[in-house]
Write a protein that binds this ligand. Structure first.
Ligand code: RRO
Length: 313
């Protein structure tokens, strides 16, 4: 069989091929790390969330993984937004979208950062991160619906790029509704669901201690632990946003079968976090090959053949 199977996706006119790329966070802080993603099979290059000032992040150890997933309290280590703008021209050679994740520590910071990034034509998109669980003393914006509304309103006023938002996981239908109501008020190019699930705690029974140092061991949970939550968030926002806003699925994807489930739930593209941290850039080609093999088995040749077509009982 030589039928062509495509895992190409498009968001606001930007081609993402394959539809699988790195989640903001792991291994995307330095230029070298971003170049490694550029040289890999990843469908896009996503940066670590950036802030106004460069940050060293929280004290180490700040990342830990077990067989089922990860906990982190990185605390936004990044080079500062200007560096990620500066890298954009060099990222062009990889011929894939370069997406800057923005997580300013205040409304004013986000306005300044997004305004500045607007001058850089080689930035293809911005993912505005409203869901960092690890800045000590700062609650997640995405759990405050009024603050999220104001943030989007003010940031979009100065934005010149394709801009999407990265959400926290929600756990209640009322909260899905409330956030969808906020999102519908603004023109967003995409919605990424979900950030890590905070505030979790890993405990080592042998040592009788926590796994990471910051915040007494509390941090954001990723990997297998959160896949059902991520799938639920993708599905709900896909439905509540009337299947019109592209959803980027993220949370526990480590195989082509996982990616298939997210697309079936309604995702346009998917990101890999914990598994990328675990296995490095090789995961992008593997997950894409597995997804294509599964599509072939099922007789699908494009993502449109099954996106969102989840059956209910
Ligand atoms: O850097 C972090 O601690 C971090 C961020 Br900004 C985020 O959005 N999600 C996460 O799990 N960790």
């Amino acid at each position: 069989m030589s039928s062509h199977i495509s895992t190409k996706a498009a968001i606001a006119g930007i081609t993402i091929e394959p539809c699988i790329f790195n989640a903001a966070g792991p291994l995307c802080v330095t230029k070298e790390e971003l170049e490694a993603i550029g040289s890999s099979h990843s469908g896009a290059i996503m940066t670590k969330s950036c802030t106004f000032e460069p940050r060293p992040g929280n004290p180490e150890p700040r990342y830990y993984e077990d067989a089922l997933g990860s906990i982190n309290s990185m605390g936004l280590p990044n080079l500062g937004y200007m560096k990620y703008a500066e890298f954009s021209s060099e990222m062009k050679k990889y011929r894939k979208p370069y997406i800057v994740s923005v997580a300013g520590l205040s409304l004013q910071d986000n306005i300044e950062i997004v305004k500045y990034l607007g001058q850089f034509k080689d930035i293809d998109a911005i993912e505005l991160n409203l869901s960092c669980p690890n800045v000590i003393g700062k609650p997640q914006v995405a759990y405050d619906f009024d603050a999220s509304d104001e943030m989007l309103r003010e940031v979009l006023k100065v934005n010149k790029h394709v801009l999407g938002v990265k959400l926290s996981p929600y756990f209640d239908f009322a909260h899905f509704q409330q956030m969808a109501g906020v999102l519908k008020k603004h023109k967003l190019a995409f919605v990424s669901c979900v950030n890590s699930l905070g505030e979790g705690l890993f405990i080592d029974a042998d040592a009788e201690q926590v796994a990471i140092k910051p915040k007494g061991g509390f941090g954001g949970i990723g990997g297998d632990y959160i896949k059902p939550t991520a799938l639920a968030n993708v599905r709900k926002f896909y439905e509540l946003l009337d299947r019109k806003v592209p959803i980027v699925g993220v949370g526990g994807i480590k195989s082509g079968r996982d990616a298939f489930e997210f697309i079936l739930a309604g995702a346009t593209a998917v990101q890999i976090g914990t598994e990328f941290m675990r296995s490095g850039t090789a995961c992008f080609a593997r997950v894409d090959a597995e997804l294509k093999a599964l599509m072939k088995e099922k007789g699908y040749s494009t993502l449109d053949d099954f996106r969102g077509k989840l059956k209910v009982l």
